[in-house]
Design a protein around this ligand. Structure first.
Ligand code: FE2
Length: 310
């Protein structure tokens, strides 16, 4: 699956922004026909059909919205993503279905062979997104690789410094599973962004937690894989401790300014409070606010919101 990997890639892997070539499209598992079949057999609890609220929408301006897709067949869902405002996250598609799992094993088997890192237990989802879909400025809490398969998308990556990923933003993401957005300004793009125009067959990786955003230029199909490491586990646990100190004890801790020893102690403490349930946490409900409707403009019809139960 890694078609142009060399020693330079091995040296830069997980340390720098780096792209390499892959052979996912050649598997035939990402064609329209294959995706339609996948959408029909994928369990609904692991399928997200989303849209971004129009800035002019009275109720949902610029808000990520969850849709009800249960009555729509695979063909309709794919059409909605190809023409409308809809994007689809087929969560863990690469793990759940044997034919995709065997490709995931080849992807990570290849990486393990090239980099010597054998302990990947990767999860992989398939992102099917419309020509105008955007993923807002955010960071990922685990090591992530974007394997782009079809279409064109522009990726913007920003420095991994407290200015671009403040302690409070990181802590919020650790505490709240649905929240990983950060404060962002378009003014940063000129001076601070590294920009990649991703082509089919190209994969991109970056140092863990590096903030980024994505603008689609066309209909796109990509695979995103993620995996935890000892380092990501330690960092997330330390952030949970800091969030708890901030919200339950009114303190103002910082991951960036603390010594490695202090952060290590905080990570041990964070694992304990996570287990005991003492740590700061947010229970946020996921509300469904639209449904997929083939006859509607952009395939979207607003509905009376209800808590997601599928
Ligand atoms: Fe991301």
């Amino acid at each position: 699956m890694l078609t142009d990997w060399n020693e330079g890639h091995t040296a830069a892997f997980q340390k720098e922004i780096m792209s390499f070539q892959h052979g996912l499209e050649g598997t035939g598992l990402f064609s329209d026909e294959a995706l339609i079949e996948l959408l029909e057999k994928h369990p609904s609890h692991a399928l997200d059909v989303c849209s971004m609220g129009d800035p002019k929408h009275p109720l949902y301006p610029n808000k990520l919205r969850t849709g009800d897709f249960r009555h729509a067949d695979g063909k309709t869902l794919l059409k909605a993503a190809q023409s409308g405002l809809v994007w689809i996250n087929v969560r863990e598609a690469m793990n759940i279905h044997p034919e995709y799992k065997s490709v995931l094993d080849q992807m990570y088997g290849g990486l393990a062979e090239k980099t010597g890192n054998k302990t990947f237990s990767a999860k992989g989802g398939i992102l099917i997104s419309s020509p105008i879909a955007k993923v807002p400025y955010h960071f990922d809490k685990t090591e992530t690789i974007l394997w782009h398969v079809r279409g064109k998308k522009r990726m913007y990556l920003y420095p991994l410094t407290p200015e671009f990923i403040p302690d409070t933003g990181y802590e919020r993401a650790v505490v709240d599973m649905l929240e990983d957005d950060l404060p962002f300004s378009f003014d940063w793009d000129n001076e601070h962004a590294t920009i990649y125009d991703l082509q089919p067959g190209q994969a991109l990786t970056w140092p863990m937690n590096m903030p980024h955003r994505v603008d689609n230029q066309t209909f796109c199909v990509s695979v995103t894989t993620e995996y935890s490491t000892a380092a990501s586990g330690r960092r997330n646990a330390a952030m949970l401790t800091n969030a708890t100190l901030r919200h339950k004890f009114g303190m103002n801790p910082s991951y960036w300014n603390a010594s490695p020893v202090e952060n290590y102690v905080k990570s041990v403490f964070g694992r304990v409070i996570k287990k005991t349930g003492f740590g700061a946490k947010v229970d946020r409900k996921d509300y469904v606010t639209f449904k997929i409707e083939p006859s509607a403009e952009n395939f979207i019809v607003d509905i009376e919101p209800f808590e997601r139960n599928f």
